[in-house]
Design a protein around this ligand. Structure first.
Ligand code: TYM
Length: 347
C-alpha cells in the first residue's frame, strides 16, 4: 500500500539543477521576496543554482538605456542583501552569455505559435503598453525557455504568474527532443507558499509598475506610511464591526510575516472586533520591518565595498559560459548545422 507521504514523493519533481531569473525593472518588492527570492535563498543550500538578471527580456518594455546598468546593479545588490550567496550559487547577467539568444532562435523553430498566442502575460503586457506591442513581447517565453534549457536546469523557482511560461518551456523542449533527440530535461516550476502576493490595494497582484508594493529597501517609516491606509476587510467600517480575516489582505500578509500566535491573535481579534485594523497593522508593519532590517544592513555594507557586485557578476559569467557553449555545440550537432570544428574554429 502507498502512504500519502510516499505518493507525495512520487509526484515531487526530481531536481538536479535550479535556474531562475528576474527582470531588472528596478526596486525589488516583498512579492518578489516571498514568491521567489526567499525560495532561492533556501535552494542554494540544496541544489546547484543559477540566478540570472534577465536584461534581454527587459528590452521588450519601454526603458531608458542610460538607466539599465544602474538597474542591473540595483537588482544584484538586492539579491545579495536578501541572502543570495555567490559562494553557494552562481549569479550573472543574461546578455553576457550570447548562447541564450542563440538557443532562443533555435527554439523559435519548434515553438508552436498557437501556444504563444494563449500566454496571459503577453496579453496583459500588450494591454499595458498598447503603443509598444513589439514582437519580443510575444516571443518572450521562447527566450525564457532557452534561459532554462541552456543549462539543462530542471527546477525553476518562480511565482504563480510564471507557471504558464514554465509549462510552455516543457512543451518546447519536448518538441525539440522529439524532433532532434533527447537533449533537454523537462523543467518543473517550484512554487513557494506565497506564489501570488497581492498588493497594498488588496485587489491586484503586487507589482512595482502598479505602485502597490512594499520595497525590500523600504525603511520602518515608509513601511508604516504604506500599510496604515492599506485596504482591509470592507465589512469593518467601524472599530466595533467584526470582520472576516480570510477576506483581508493584511491578514494574508500576517501569514507570511507573523508568528503563529500573532496570526491567531489577528484572526480572533478581527472576528470578535476585539482589536482594530490599526492595531493589527501595527504588529504586521513591525514584523515586516524586522524581516527587512537585516537586508537593509547587508545592503549598506555591500555598498561600502565598491566593485564587489561587478566582480561577482563577472565570476558568474566566467563560470557559466563554458556550460552554455557546450550545450550549443551539442544542439548544433543535433540540428546538422556548423558544429564543433567550424564553429569552435573561430572562437
Ligand atoms: P519577474 O521579473 O516579473 O518577477 C520575478 C519573480 O518574482 C515573482 N513575483 C511574484 N511572486 C508572488 N507574488 C507577486 N506579487 C510577484 N511578483 C513577482 C515572479 O513570479 C518571478 O518568479 N519572466 C520572468 C523572468 C525570467 C525567468 C526566466 C524566470 C526570464 N527568464 C527563466 C525563471 C526562469 C519574469 O518576468 O519575472
Amino acid at each position: 500500500m502507498t502512504t500519502g507521504d510516499e505518493r507525495r514523493q512520487e509526484t515531487a519533481p526530481r531536481v538536479t539543477r535550479v535556474f531562475s531569473g528576474m527582470q531588472p525593472s528596478g526596486e525589488l518588492h516583498i512579492g518578489n521576496w516571498l514568491g521567489a527570492l526567499k525560495t532561492w535563498v533556501r535552494l542554494q543550500d540544496e541544489y546547484p543554482c543559477i540566478f540570472s538578471i534577465v536584461d534581454l527580456h527587459a528590452l521588450t518594455q519601454p526603458y531608458d538605456p542610460a538607466e539599465m546598468a544602474g538597474r542591473i546593479r540595483e537588482m544584484a545588490l538586492g539579491w545579495l542583501a536578501a541572502g543570495i550567496d555567490p559562494e553557494r550559487c552562481t549569479v550573472f547577467v543574461q546578455s553576457t552569455i550570447p548562447e541564450h539568444a542563440e538557443l532562443s532562435w533555435v527554439f523559435s523553430a519548434v515553438a508552436p505559435l498557437g501556444y504563444l498566442e494563449r500566454m496571459t502575460q503577453f496579453k496583459d503586457k500588450a494591454k499595458a503598453q498598447p503603443e509598444n506591442v513589439n514582437a519580443g513581447l510575444f516571443t518572450y517565453p521562447i527566450l525564457q525557455a532557452a534561459d532554462i534549457a541552456i543549462y539543462r536546469a530542471d527546477g525553476v523557482p518562480v511565482g504563480e504568474d510564471q507557471v504558464q511560461h514554465i509549462e510552455f518551456t516543457r512543451e518546447v523542449v519536448r518538441r525539440f527532443n522529439n524532433r532532434f533527440g533527447e537533449t533537454f530535461p523537462e523543467p518543473a516550476a517550484l512554487l513557494s507558499p506565497a506564489a501570488r502576493v497581492m498588493g497594498l490595494d488588496g485587489e491586484r497582484k503586487m507589482s512595482k509598475s502598479l505602485g502597490n508594493h512594499i520595497g525590500l529597501n523600504d525603511d520602518r517609516e515608509t513601511i508604516w506610511r504604506k500599510i496604515a491606509p492599506a485596504k482591509t476587510d470592507v465589512r469593518r467600517k467601524r472599530r466595533s464591526d467584526p470582520g472576516v480575516p480570510e477576506d483581508c489582505n493584511m491578514y494574508a500578509w500576517h501569514r507570511f510575516f507573523s508568528s503563529e500566535e500573532e496570526q491567531h491573535w489577528a484572526a480572533e481579534g478581527c472576528r470578535s472586533a476585539g482589536i482594530g485594523c490599526r492595531e493589527c497593522k501595527e504588529v504586521l508593519a513591525r514584523n515586516i520591518d524586522a524581516e527587512l532590517a537585516p537586508m537593509r544592513e547587508r545592503r549598506a555594507e555591500l555598498e561600502r565595498t565598491p566593485g564587489r557586485v561587478e566582480e561577482i557578476l563577472a565570476a558568474g559569467t566566467a563560470a557559466l559560459r563554458p556550460l552554455a557553449r557546450e550545450t550549443m555545440l551539442e544542439v548544433r550537432e543535433r540540428l546538422g548545422i556548423a558544429g564543433r570544428e567550424r564553429y569552435e574554429g573561430d572562437a
